[in-house]
Write a protein that binds this ligand. Structure first.
Ligand SMILES: Nc1nc2c(ncn2[C@@H]2O[C@H](COP(=O)(O)OP(=O)(O)O)[C@@H](O)[C@H]2O)c(=O)[nH]1
Ligand SMILES: [Mg+2]
Length: 369
């Protein structure tokens, strides 16, 4: 399953956001290091197409696809040198696929500032720098090793050393790995280093409750900062506190509350979808027996590997995929009708699954002794 790590300075509102996202009850307190063990929660990916498919197919069970969010506490200035239990937290970030960076944009005097003063952009820079420094250390260690190996005269090591030097120089200039290595080839070559700044990042501006629906100056500043650095990412503004209160209500009360505030929908959906997008993920659907279900794969995933997300037997015994895209299916109005009209395509092993495909996998059951 895809995992997203929530990072940010202490008191940025990470646990509050995590709670709202997962309603899992991670400890919320005005105190750094409340969440020492990472809190992991599973969230459903909001998906209108799934609801429409449900109306059409009327299965007993409609199952959304999911993502994991991890509340990663303890990232502070100096974390890369082991401060504030730094190394351990950096290790947790290594295990996630993407990062949601929560930036404190609420100047509440009752909530203390770890860095001394209220400064959203400064806070963003502290976190980014910590991640860059951690990667720099990793890269330098590997580079030393590679240079030793290179003395044996192996060309492969010479190439690797050149690549690592390029990465090191960029990191030293304060650029994150994802900006330095945009080619898949480069990324794959350093994949085993699990670099923190190679992971996609989305930003969440945690604004004060009073600023909902207004153009927060902090959000503008954040966007300008992102633009000036040339990053291809998004800022989602929310009030984590408000969202966590909303998450406690049942859906009717929540809807009324949203209306009072003049909001269309919860910002949580936007955060989940922004993370999904940052990871280049797509959704396909299966409908079998009583269940219609959404699944997640990376873009450019071949049919057998997509089947493998459901069950490894289905990947191993893959025969073919019967596919119709969401739009066509909705247009025709029923799966049986689509079959009659010959609109369901037969696809083989090389087929790359597309976003919105509705798929029936044919596979042979494995022989078990
Ligand atoms: N006023 C206000 N307080 C918030 C907001 N989000 C979080 N807080 C408060 O800030 C404190 C720290 O929040 P928490 O989620 O534990 O921060 P973490 O250290 O990043 O996990 C708590 O007292 C929260 O109630 C917000 O949007 N507005
Ligand atoms: Mg916390």
């Amino acid at each position: 399953m895809v995992r997203v790590g929530i990072v940010g300075l202490p008191n940025a509102g990470k646990s509050t956001l995590f709670n709202a996202l997962t309603r899992a009850g991670a400890e919320v307190a005005n105190y750094p290091f409340t969440t020492i063990e990472p809190n992991v929660g599973v969230v459903a990916v909001p998906d209108e197409r799934l609801w429409h498919l449900g109306e059409l197919i009327k299965p007993k069970k409609l199952t959304p696809t999911t993502m994991e969010f991890v509340d990663i506490a303890g990232l502070v200035k100096g974390a890369n040198r082991g401060e504030g239990l730094g190394n351990r937290f950096l290790g947790h970030i290594r295990e996630v696929d993407a990062i949601t960076h929560v930036v404190r944009c609420f100047p509440d005097p009752d909530v203390s500032h770890v860095s001394g003063a209220f400064d959203p952009i400064g806070d963003m820079e502290v976190i980014e720098l910590e991640l860059i420094l951690a990667d720099l250390e990793t890269v330098e260690k590997r580079l030393e090793k590679t240079i030793r190996m290179q003395k044996g005269g192996n060309v492969r090591y010479r190439e690797e050393a050149l690549r690592l030097e390029r990465l090191r120089d960029g990191l030293q200039q304060g650029r994150p790995g994802r900006e330095l290595f945009s080619q898949d080839e480069d990324r794959l070559a350093v994949g085993d280093l699990f670099l923190l700044t190679m992971k996609p990042v989305i930003y969440v501006a945690n604004i004060g409750e009073g600023e909902i629906g207004e153009d927060s100056e902090y959000v503008t500043q954040m966007m300008e900062w992102i633009l000036s650095r040339g990053y291809d990412t998004s800022v989602t503004s929310i009030s984590a506190k408000l969202e966590s209160e909303l998450a406690e209500l049942d859906s009717k009360d929540a809807a009324e509350f949203l209306e009072e505030l003049g909001m269309q929908s919860s910002a949580l959906d936007r955060i989940i979808l922004a993370s999904y997008k940052a990871l280049d993920l797509i959704t396909f659907y299966t409908t079998k027996g009583d269940e219609t279900r959404a699944w997640t794969v990376k873009q450019e995933t071949a049919a057998p590997q997509a089947a493998g997300v459901i069950h490894s037997d289905m990947e191993q015994g893959f025969i073919k995929a019967e596919v119709i895209d969401y739009e066509s299916l909705m247009g025709i109005g029923s799966l049986a009708g689509a079959r009659d009209k010959g609109m369901v395509r037969q696809e083989g092993r090389d087929y790359l699954v597309k976003d919105g495909d509705v798929i029936l996998f044919r596979f042979s059951e494995p022989q078990r002794k």
